[in-house]
Design a binder for this molecule. Sequence first.
Ligand SMILES: *Cc1c(COP(=O)(O)O)cnc(C)c1O
Length: 386
Amino acid sequence: MIPYGRQTISESDIQAVVDVLHSDWLTQGPAVPRFEKAVADYCGADYAVAVGSATSALHLACLALDVGEGDIVWTSPNTFVASANCARYCGAKIDFVDIDPFTYNISTEALKAKLTEAASTGKLPKVLISVHFAGQPCDMAVLHELSIKYGFRIIEDASHAIGATYLSELIGSGRYSDITVFSFHPVKIITTGEGGMALTNKPELAERMSRLRSHGITRDARQMDTEIEGAWYYQQIDLGYNYRMTDIQAALGFSQLQRLNRFLHSRRSLASRYNFLLCGLELILPHQFHDRDSSWHLYVIGWNEERSGISRAEAFHRLRENGIGVNVHYIPVHLQPYYRQFGFKPGQFPNSEAYYSRAISLPIFPGLTEERQDWIVGKLSEMLAR
Ligand SMILES: *Cc1c(COP(=O)(O)O)cnc(C)c1O
């Protein structure tokens, strides 16, 4: 089965991990800050906090922004459940903003309308978690402007989007948001096995997140309420977690980062090949804006049931039967049983539901050869030829 996404591991990645295993440190040692600095420098951010997953980075980001009970957090329904769950971990209420039918990102029109209404009913969000779906950045300048007008904070869930640019600037620079989160899960752009990172330009947020990543403990005298009692001394200031990244993961991540631009280049050329090869077929192809450059974590086609006479489920099944590991991203989060218990219903976010009913993610990852891509396109053409 050709998967929809997978890691690309080189001999130098393997050597980097082996080197850590021979060293004095296995968990958070020198490789973690080296990886953090390399990602922060790459993106143009001041601070980076590496953790065990993007899910824990999202949780720490919410905590650092003081999200708690009684607060409201908004995100996109077209995302992985983790973008909403992080707010629930903090006891906040979650609500969704419907997507734009072309980019599948949060619709700025829907957002404006929802903010106007929320301002009149006193239900404005404390935080908006914007998701750069498939690697195409959201309209960050607009979101940023609205955040100032309505007084909310922004977390970018950039799990798909390391290396993506918006107005010629890399995602993660933090120009338009408080915190940006990356995922290093194996299907994402670069991997550490499991792993994530939170980037920010605000020292107080970075300090808070790094403390919370390790039990809420500090060894920094400036953060303590008494004198240091000796070299052993530390204080627990907050209720934190063990969300640390290991040196094994960080060494792999650092090594992968050296090839990030190559990975992005492969993904972008596979995406333009798909665009070119599929454009004559009865499919909805991904729409890209010219002021931003996607990192192409996903290549999603919209299946046209009416034109093809084949249901999306049947098309999905036939592709899988042919060894093409297609997937669907995403089942709208508000339709998950866990979220329905808060009163969310089908029909509430119609664009994300309509999108979901058509979506099929085709394989895209640096190790996908053009021959195999041609073969995938051939199977699609056969199914659509009538
Ligand atoms: C993968 C993903 C996450 C979670 O990442 P983990 O590193 O697996 O915790 C969160 N949000 C989005 C949009 C994702 O795609």
